[in-house]
Write a protein that binds this ligand. Structure first.
Ligand code: QV4
Length: 474
C-alpha cells in the first residue's frame, strides 16, 4: 500500500494543518490543482476532546469516530473530498488508531457533543470500555518494546489492537473514510502499535471508491508515523513493507545541511546513500507539525532562506514521496490555529500576491515552494546527471534534459558557466521570478548549444537557489 494514487504527472503532497474542509475544497480548485499539487494531508477528522484554549493537539485525543471537528462536519468533509478528487487532488487523512484521549476530570464532551469518561476508559460513543485498552503504564524506556507499544504515549488511553472488537471499530472507521473518497491515511503513532496488528487492519480495508475515480482494486495509500533516528528497538524496518514510513532522518539531515552544519557537496549521495529508506517507502519532509515546534536542526518557516533552499533541494532531488508543510504562525508548542473570539477556526485570507495574511503561513503559497512543485512535475521520470560542486556548499545538477538546479550556501558568490543539460534557449529562473505572458519577472539564463549557461547566485541574494526547467522557457 505504497501507491499514493496521484493524477497525471503530479507528485507532491501538502499538509494543510488545521485547515477547515470547505477552505481545502476551495484551495484544491483555485490553487492546488492549477499549481500541480498531487494531494493534501488533512488534520484528524474524527471527534476529539475539547481542551482549554483549543491547542492544535486536542485533535490527537479522540472521543468517538463521528466526523465532526473544528474543521467541519461529515457533510463538509464529503464535499471537500469530492471537489478535490474532481480536480485530481487526493485526500489523505491523519488517523489515530493507537489511542483515545488522555485523562480528563469528570465527564468530557467532544467536538460532536459526545460524552466520555477518559479516566475510566469509557467512550460510549464508539463504544469502548476498559477491556478494549492495554493496562495503564507509562513509557519511561523508549527502547523497551513492551512499553513503547503497550503503555500510554503521554497518558493517552492505549487501545489494544489485537482485540477483535477494537480491530472491527478501526476498520469500520477507515472504511467509512474510503467510502467518502479518500485516497489513504497517515497513521499517527504507528510505532506504538505492533506491526502485525497494523498489517491485519490495513489488509482488511476496502479498496478505494471507484465512484471517486480510483481504478478497480486500488488499495489505500498508507504512510506511517514511525520516528526512527537509527538504532531504535522498534524500527522503521518493521513497518516499511506495510506502507510508506515517515523518514525523520531526512528531515534532520536536510536541516543540518542547510543550516550550514554540513557542506552541500555531500548531498550528492542523498537518499539511500545516507542510510534512508528506499525511495518508494520513504515519506519525506523538511519539517512536520511536531518537529517544526522543537528546537534543534529541523528548519521551519521562521528561517525562510535556508527553509526555501531545503525545500528546493527536497523537491528537485529524486528521492522519496514528498510532502510539504503548510503551517500557521506559532509562538510555542501549544499555540492554537488562527481562531475567532468564539474559538472557531478562521479561514485563510490572501493578499494580492496570493500569500496568506491572517495568522496562516501557507508555505505552499510561497513562490519558491510552489514553483518547485511545478519543477518536480516537469522533470518527472528523469535521473540526476551532471552533478557539479565547488568542493564546498555550491552545487548544481541536472534532471535529465528537463531541469537544472543550482544552489549557493557559501558566504561568497557563485558566478560561472555551468552545464544545465537543457536544450539551447532562454529559461526563466522560477525561484527569483515567474514566467508571465512569455516574459520572466526574475533572472533569466541563456543556455548555449552545448547546454551551458552563466549562473549567478550572490551570497546575499534573497534566495540561494536558481531553478530552470523546460516548462518555463522564455
Ligand atoms: C501530559 C503529560 C504526560 C502525562 C499526561 C497524563 O505531559 O507526561 O502522562 O499529561 O496526565 C498533550 C500534551 C501533553 C499531555 C497529553 C495528554 O501536550 O503534555 O500529557 O496531551 O493529556 C500531540 C502533541 C502532544 C499532545 C498529544 C495529545 O504533540 O503534545 O499531548 O498530541 O493531545 C513520540 C511518538 C510520536 C508522536 C510524538 C509527538 O512516537 O508518535 O511523540 N507524534 C504523534 C503526532 C503528535 C501527537 C501524537 C503522536 C499523539 O504527530 O502530534 O501528539 O497522538 O515521538
Amino acid at each position: 500500500q505504497h501507491n499514493p494514487h496521484w493524477w497525471g504527472n503530479r507528485n507532491t503532497i501538502v499538509h494543510l494543518f488545521e485547515w477547515k474542509w470547505l477552505d481545502i475544497a476551495q484551495e484544491c480548485e483555485s490553487f492546488l490543482a492549477p499549481r500541480g499539487f498531487a494531494g493534501v494531508q488533512v488534520s484528524p477528522v474524527n471527534e476529539n476532546i475539547i481542551s482549554a484554549g483549543r491547542p492544535w493537539w486536542e485533535r490527537y485525543q479522540p472521543i468517538s469516530y463521528k466526523l465532526t471537528t473544528r474543521s467541519g462536519n461529515e457533510e463538509e468533509f464529503g464535499e471537500m473530498v469530492r471537489r478535490c478528487n474532481d480536480v485530481g487532488v487526493r485526500i489523505y487523512v491523519d488517523v489515530l488508531l493507537n489511542h483515545m484521549s488522555g485523562d480528563f476530570d469528570g465527564v468530557a464532551v467532544g467536538t460532536a457533543g459526545t460524552q466520555a469518561e477518559p479516566r475510566k476508559k469509557s467512550f460510549p460513543g464508539v463504544p469502548y470500555s476498559a477491556q478494549d485498552f492495554h493496562p495503564t503504564c507509562e513509557i519511561t524506556d523508549w527502547n523497551d518494546r513492551f512499553q513503547v507499544q503497550q503503555c500510554e504515549l503521554v497518558g493517552l488511553k492505549d487501545l489494544n489492537q489485537s482485540s477483535d472488537w477494537v480491530r472491527s471499530k478501526l476498520i469500520e472507521f477507515l472504511d467509512h473514510l474510503i467510502e467518502l473518497g479518500v485516497a489513504g491515511f497517515r497513521v499517527d503513532a504507528a510505532k506504538h502499535m505492533a506491526s502485525e496488528d497494523l498489517e491485519y487492519i490495513y489488509s482488511s480495508l476496502s479498496n478505494l471508491n471507484i465512484a471517486h475515480g480510483f481504478p478497480h482494486n486500488s488499495r489505500p495509500f498508507i504512510f506511517q508515523e514511525v520516528i526512527d533516528h537509527g538504532h531504535e528497538t522498534v524500527s522503521r524496518d518493521e513497518y516499511r513493507d506495510l506502507g510508506a514510513v515517515t523518514e525523520f532522518r531526512f528531515s534532520e539531515e536536510i536541516g543540518n545541511a542547510f543550516r550550514g552544519n554540513n557542506a552541500l557537496k555531500w548531498l550528492q549521495s542523498w537518499g539511500t546513500g545516507w542510510g534512508f529508506l528506499p525511495s518508494g517507502q520513504a515519506l519525506t519532509f523538511v519539517d512536520n507539525h511536531d518537529n517544526q515546534r522543537d528546537a534543534g536542526a529541523v528548519l521551519n518557516y521562521k528561517s525562510p532562506k535556508p527553509y526555501k533552499m531545503a525545500t528546493a533541494f527536497h523537491l528537485a532531488y529524486p528521492y522519496g514521496i514528498s510532502r510539504v508543510m503548510s503551517s500557521f504562525a506559532f509562538d510555542d508548542h501549544d499555540t492554537p490555529p488562527p481562531q475567532d473570539a468564539q474559538e472557531r477556526i478562521i479561514s485563510p485570507e490572501f493578499d494580492a500576491d496570493g500569500a496568506c495574511v491572517n495568522g496562516w503561513i501557507c508555505e505552499h503559497r510561497w513562490r519558491q515552494v510552489y514553483a518547485m512543485v511545478g519543477f518536480k512535475n516537469a522533470v518527472r521520470d528523469t535521473e540526476i546527471t551532471g552533478w557539479w560542486d565547488n568542493g564546498d556548499s555550491q552545487i548544481s545538477f541536472c534532471r535529465g534534459t528537463k531541469g537544472f538546479l543550482a544552489m549557493n550556501n557559501n558566504l561568497y558568490d557563485l558566478s560561472q558557466d555551468l552545464n544545465t543539460c537543457l536544450p539551447a534557449g532562454t529559461y526563466c529562473d522560477v525561484i527569483s521570478g515567474s514566467l508571465i505572458d512569455g516574459s520572466c519577472t526574475g533572472k533569466s539564463v541563456t543556455v548555449n548549444e552545448h547546454g551551458y549557461g552563466y549562473i549567478h547566485i550572490g551570497s546575499d541574494d534573497f534566495d540561494g537557489v536558481l531553478a530552470l526547467h523546460v516548462d518555463a522557457k522564455v
